[in-house]
Design a protein around this ligand. Structure first.
Ligand SMILES: Nc1ncnc2c1ncn2[C@@H]1O[C@H](COP(=O)(O)OP(=O)(O)OP(=O)(O)O)[C@@H](O)[C@H]1O
Length: 241
């Protein structure tokens, strides 16, 4: 489904990505982890068209996406959330979701037809706030709205950048269940970036570990934690249980 091959990106003198490669299949939940500055957000930005890679290729199913912009990638079926929430804060909760749904209806009417906006708002406990401006929601509700809006795009690939940031343990558990429900209900591929390793290990089928712009390990979650390079990168950090 998603195939990223040898993607590189330099910002001034900083090589943020060095020939990074990963793949993600339909219905798979892939965890993208690594220390601060490893290149995770840059890679997700390249996949979602927010920035153009200097080299390498990005394909989604049979679509060549390398160097295409965010709108093109959204229309191709890639939806994402951001590390720092980016909603249309003056629009209502419902309007935020409707804008995404209209985009989906234009390009993938079949997928759009399967999306029920009211059900989506209820599922993310936003029904009672549907007519409130998005900017007035609590932090947790804004995070939920970002996911609901991403789903209204009818994605075949969903990218979640630090969805558990700022959540307590029980909220993270609820979020993990919600992401599993997305896989079940939408069947899309999901890539999750997060520093909460307990959350990542509980949720993800496979992991891709980055360090200094490179993918240093990828594979089954349990296997990856046995890799000496991964252990080295995480030395000093608490090992996940
Ligand atoms: N727009 C930019 N301009 C200059 N340098 C950048 C830019 N974006 C990222 N970088 C640099 O590229 C490197 C990788 O950053 P990136 O944000 O992708 O890492 P990350 O793994 O997502 O980190 P974190 O977990 O802290 O979010 C870092 O050295 C960062 O400072």
């Amino acid at each position: 489904m998603l195939s990223v091959e040898a993607v590189s990106k330099t910002f001034g003198g900083v090589q943020a990505l060095r020939q990074a490669s990963l793949s993600c299949a339909s219905g798979e939940i892939l965890g993208l982890i690594g220390p601060n500055g490893a290149g995770k957000s840059t890679l997700v930005n390249a996949i979602s068209g927010v920035l153009k890679p200097d080299a390498g290729s990005i394909r989604l199913a049979d679509q060549e996406l390398t160097g295409r912009g965010p709108e093109h990638c959204a229309r191709a079926g890639i939806a994402r959330t951001f590390q720092n929430i980016r909603l249309f804060k003056e629009l209502t909760v419902r309007q935020n979701v409707e804008v995404a749904h209209i985009t989906c209806r234009d390009v993938r009417p079949d997928a759009a037809g399967r999306i029920d906006i009211d059900a989506l708002l209820e599922q993310y406990e936003l029904g009672s706030a549907a007519d409130a401006p998005a900017g007035t929601l609590s932090y947790g509700n804004q995070r939920r709205l970002e996911i609901a809006r991403a789903l209204a795009l009818g994605p075949s690939l969903l990218l979640l950048d630090e969805p558990a940031a700022g959540l307590n343990e029980s909220e993270s558990e609820t979020l993990a269940e919600a992401i599993e429900a997305i896989r079940r209900d939408f069947g899309c591929a999901i890539i999750v970036i997060d520093h909460d390793l307990r959350f990542i290990n509980r949720l993800c089928d496979r992991l891709c570990v980055m360090d200094q712009g490179q993918v240093i390990a990828s594979g089954d979650t349990v296997e990856v934690w046995r890799d000496p390079r991964v252990i080295e990168v995480y030395v000093g950090q608490s090992q996940p249980s």
